[in-house]
Design a protein around this ligand. Structure first.
Ligand SMILES: Cc1ncc(C[n+]2csc(CCOP(=O)(O)OP(=O)(O)O)c2C)c(N)n1
Length: 322
């Protein structure tokens, strides 16, 4: 289905926002300004944006430890995100969650998650809730190739199949789980074939092509909204950086060829070339978006730096048990 110019440019803007957010977050982490961990999503932008562009605000998503891209693509506020990364009291979780625990229910983002695979049953539950509510809301679960080897993946797909749940499972296959290559860790070459074991459709798409991702998800969403059940969509993509940022100068355990593969298939470069070629934008108008985004993210960093630290006396607020 053809997308309007405005939608295409919004997709471009969101991809660039994700790239720039993580670029500046990585820089701030290495300057010692961000505590905890940062798992950069750089290189995988086409997946989050292709998926979330096919969703409505009220549709729900669950995310992973590498969650900044999903959160931005679903429409969260970058200032509140950055403040959370900085551990400040006006961040999304009042500075208590950090990078891996950002949620914004107002845009249907049910949460990043430090436990690999944990988003799978949560999204499945959100889809069950949607089915019981009786509307046509869908749920989407983002997870990695590593997570697809866990029991949570298999149990979730089985339940989604027998209950015909309106859920789309999006596997971001970036070829690696920390230092373990998918070629070693997976029993199959394509995660998508695992759908057959649960009597569900499974497709593999080029996860560096935002429009290919969008189209696969659009079809899966249509199927879910029509009451025809779940789909597994595998997006083959590349993680450009080390698994997570580390202080000092640690070595990325992946071989050089794996590290080089990402930038050779830059999803933003290919999408911008396409937009210019199709007359949807000029390189100047895209550059203007790049500059606007850079300032917007710099403002988010400034906002985070100016934000107060949480007060010790608030430590037991917003927690379930004290
Ligand atoms: C249940 C669980 N097991 C192990 C870990 C440690 N761990 C964190 S990320 C990760 C790899 C995840 O790989 P994948 O699902 O492919 O996602 P990617 O990091 O490639 O985006 C592991 C093993 C964890 N956080 N949770």
């Amino acid at each position: 289905m053809a997308l309007e110019s405005q939608q295409l440019l919004e997709m471009y803007r969101r991809m660039v926002t994700i790239r720039e957010f993580d670029r500046q977050a990585v820089e701030e982490f290495h300057q010692g300004n961000i505590p905890g961990v940062v798992h950069a999503y750089i290189g995988e932008e086409a997946v989050a944006v292709g998926v979330c562009s096919a969703l409505r605000r009220e549709d729900r998503i669950t995310s992973t430890h590498r969650g900044h891209g999903h959160t931005i693509a679903k429409g969260a506020d970058v200032k509140l995100m950055m403040a959370e990364l900085f551990g400040r009291s006006n961040g999304y979780c009042h500075g208590k969650g950090g990078s891996m625990h950002i949620a914004d229910f107002s845009v249907g983002m049910l949460g990043a998650n430090g436990i690999v695979g944990a988003g799978l049953p949560i999204a499945t539950g959100a889809a069950l809730a949607a089915q019981m509510e009786g509307g046509d809301r869908v749920a989407v679960c983002f997870f990695g190739d590593g997570a697809s080897n866990e029991g949570a993946f298999h149990g979730s797909l089985n339940l989604a199949s027998i209950w015909k749940l309106p859920v789309i499972y999006v596997c971001e296959n970036n070829g690696w789980a920390v230092s373990v290559p998918a070629s070693y860790g997976l029993s199959v070459e394509d995660v998508a074939v695992r759908a057959a074991a649960y009597n569900l459709p499974g497709v593999t798409v080029d996860g560096t092509d935002v429009l290919a991702v969008y189209e696969a998800i659009r079809l899966a969403v249509e199927r879910a909204r029509a009451g025809d059940g779940a789909t597994l969509v595998e997006c083959k993509t590349h993680r450009w950086r080390i698994h997570s940022e580390q202080r000092g100068n640690p070595q990325d355990p992946r071989p050089e060829a794996a590290r080089d593969a990402g930038p050779q298939k830059d999803p933003i470069v290919s999408f911008s070339a396409r937009l210019v070629e199709q007359g949807e934008a000029t390189s100047d108008s895209l550059k203007q978006i790049d500059q606007e985004v850079e300032s917007q993210v710099a403002e988010a960093v400034a906002f985070a730096k100016d934000s107060p630290m949480p007060k010790p006396e608030d430590a037991l607020q917003d927690v379930f048990a004290a």
